[in-house]
Design a protein around this ligand. Sequence first.
Ligand SMILES: [Zn+2]
Length: 180
Amino acid sequence: MTQPVRLIPLLCPHCQTPIPAQPDEVAWVCSNCQKGALLDEKKGAVPLNVFFHASLAAGKKGAPFWVTRGKVTFQERITYQGNEQKAMQDFWAESRLFAIPAFALPLEEAVVMGVKFLHQPIPMEMGKPAPFPPIVVPPQDVHPLAEFIVMSVEAERKDALKHLKFTLTLEPLQCWILPV
Ligand SMILES: [Zn+2]
């Protein structure tokens, strides 16, 4: 059975202004009060903090990301040849900052961007609101995407990875508009 699409108009949870939501969009910044809202399938739009990165003030183009710290625990690394176990354990000894693209992007490009951020994180400094493309990646998609990114980081090591078993634990997500 097909679900009817949003019978109730979405309202900003802060100021009740209607949100001109487009299909696929899952979060917004209200045009009236500038506060964030996230689509909840049951409750409608619920409050969401959206942070704008300080470097956007310099005229840089911004795009939305789900940002969080992630802790990886490895159970097994099996390779065809070589052994990068130590490099892997050193890299993941601390929890790492993840930035998962929240805008429309082919999976491969999203993973490449996520891997780049993992290797070169930027300080999370807040700035002023700036325009950004629609937020279409729901929070529940972030964990599998972050797992893809971990796999990609590990597959890039010098040994020939055959099999990897790990657990990824993510802290609560923050929505950031970051420079791209
Ligand atoms: Zn509002």
